[in-house]
Design a protein. Structure first.
Length: 140
């Protein structure tokens, strides 16, 4: 009797699995929907796999009040900037306290993409950046 219950549950599970696959049209929904990929300063130099349509969110910590900020210096074709970067205070928010500087990008074409950011004072054009950041994206 134990074996027949097991067989019944096994058959029911297979039937539900096939029904779910048929309802989704046989397409894996996780591959079809764009995703948001978050990259932080600690991931400098790394390579990421992304898909066309994905949003890439690059987040840095910046010292407010020093004049330094992260600037997107170079970006390969295949990436679009979604609006301006945003600055998000890190609690407790006080004058001179650090904040997150967030860039929103979208993958618009397949290929290899390089993102290069510099941490600098924008008006000091001849100065060497205090920090640099670079990641590579493989867009499929």
């Amino acid at each position: 009797m134990k074996m027949s219950w097991y067989a019944l549950f096994l058959c029911a599970g297979l039937a539900l699995s096939k029904a779910g696959h048929a309802q989704s049209g046989g397409v894996d929904a996780s591959k079809a929907a764009p995703q948001s990929v978050t990259i932080t300063e600690e991931q400098n130099g790394q390579t990421f796999s992304v898909r066309v349509g994905d949003e890439v969110v690059v987040t840095f910590v910046a010292a407010q009040g020093t004049g330094y900020s992260w600037q997107l210096e170079t970006m390969s074709p295949g990436v679009a900037v979604l609006g301006n970067e945003e600055t998000v205070p890190i609690p407790p928010s006080m004058p001179g306290s650090p904040a997150k500087q967030v860039f929103h990008l979208k993958i618009v074409a397949a290929g290899r993409v390089t993102l290069h950011f510099d941490y600098l004072r924008p008006w000091e054009s001849a100065a060497t950046p205090a920090k640099t950041f670079m990641v590579r994206l493989r867009a499929e």
